[in-house]
Design a binder for this molecule. Structure first.
Ligand code: ZN
Length: 330
């Protein structure tokens, strides 16, 4: 039996996501990326709140670190707009269990946000193990994850120096929780309770989530398909902003394979639920993403050079690819 301390569900109609020329770094971006994200604004956060969130019922009291929105029946987006990454974790409810897909930055206590939303037994699973998606893992007892060397490394935690950039000046604009200390912030270790792999099905009772391993953004990137409700939780494999194929651990080649695979799901999915910025985008982006990668592969897409990498702009998103042709060695 589930207890929802909410007043009701909102039927959500999604407007097309406007093209956003922004940078969403994973890991430690240089200061210039923070500055540039604001475009013509004085600060990147001057562009907040993003208008897309006004389509959803908001459930929290607006005083804390997290913002909570009901984005689909039984699906809560737990959003952290106070830090540059604008990370989104998702609480997905079944009838007998709940799954928390990602646990955020670790700046606020996400377990305290989840507790009033459900009393069901809870499982954590991460879309991938970049620091900004595993920050609250240590607060939970049951954590599923892939049997992947990258995951295992990240589960051992990262020291302060490795993640200090994420809480540096210019990265956080909201008041942080009183027990948060930027000078000691680190990525806390955690233990995987149970492995999941390709085609694993996580049955929440009345809701089945299928695991799709989709490396590219990170070696352990995965998506969750809720076939009955026509939802695809995509983590950082797609969001309406620059997609990263050029950072440590990412793979352009793997990303192409994953994008092509996800495009085949477009007919059976209505919405994607991304790991950053906005909580729901149309599934047409699956096809657009695959087409974009194909155009890059065919050498027919235009790009600009940013920080020595190629940035290809498409309708509503871009793709950053390592290096430039001048870097190529015959
Ligand atoms: Zn990431």
């Amino acid at each position: 039996m589930k207890i929802l301390r909410v007043t009701g569900y909102l039927i959500v109609l999604l407007a097309l996501i406007a093209c956003q020329e922004e940078t969403v770094p994973q890991g430690l971006a240089v200061d210039a990326q923070v500055r540039n994200r604001g475009a013509d604004k004085a600060q990147w956060w001057d562009a907040l709140p993003r208008p897309e969130w006004s389509a959803f019922a908001r459930l929290d009291d607006a005083a804390g670190w997290f913002e909570v929105y009901l984005v689909q029946p039984g699906v809560f987006a737990i959003y952290e707009p106070g830090q540059f990454e604008e990370v989104i974790s998702y609480l997905i409810l079944g009838e007998t269990r709940a799954l928390l897909f990602d646990t955020g930055l670790g700046i606020g206590a996400i377990d305290a946000v989840v507790a009033p939303l459900t009393d069901l037994p809870l499982v954590v699973l991460n879309s991938h193990s970049h620091y900004d998606h595993i920050g609250g893992n240590h607060l939970f007892d049951v954590i599923y994850g892939p049997d992947n060397a990258y995951t295992a490394t990240r589960a051992r935690g990262l020291d302060h120096a490795a993640v200090a950039g994420g809480v540096a000046e210019g990265w956080i604009w909201k008041d942080t929780p009183v027990d948060f200390d930027a000078t000691t912030f680190r990525s806390r270790g955690y233990a995987i309770s149970e492995f999941v792999g390709e085609a694993s099905v996580i049955d929440l009772g009345g809701r089945r989530l299928e695991v799709l391993l989709t490396p590219g953004h990170a070696p352990d990137s995965l998506c969750l398909l809720d076939r009955e409700n026509r939802l695809l939780f995509v983590g950082d494999t797609f969001y309406p902003a620059p997609l990263y194929t050029h950072i440590a651990g990412s793979s352009f080649t793997d990303y192409v394979v994953s994008a092509n695979r996800l495009a085949t799901l477009a007919p059976i999915v209505d919405f994607l639920l991304p790991g950053h910025n906005v909580g729901l985008v149309g599934a047409e982006y699956l096809s657009k993403m695959a087409q974009a990668f194909a155009q890059i592969g065919d050498g027919v897409a235009d790009y600009i050079v940013t920080d020595g990498n190629r940035q290809y702009q498409f309708d509503g998103f871009s793709i950053i690819v390592a290096g430039t042709p001048a870097d190529a060695v015959d």
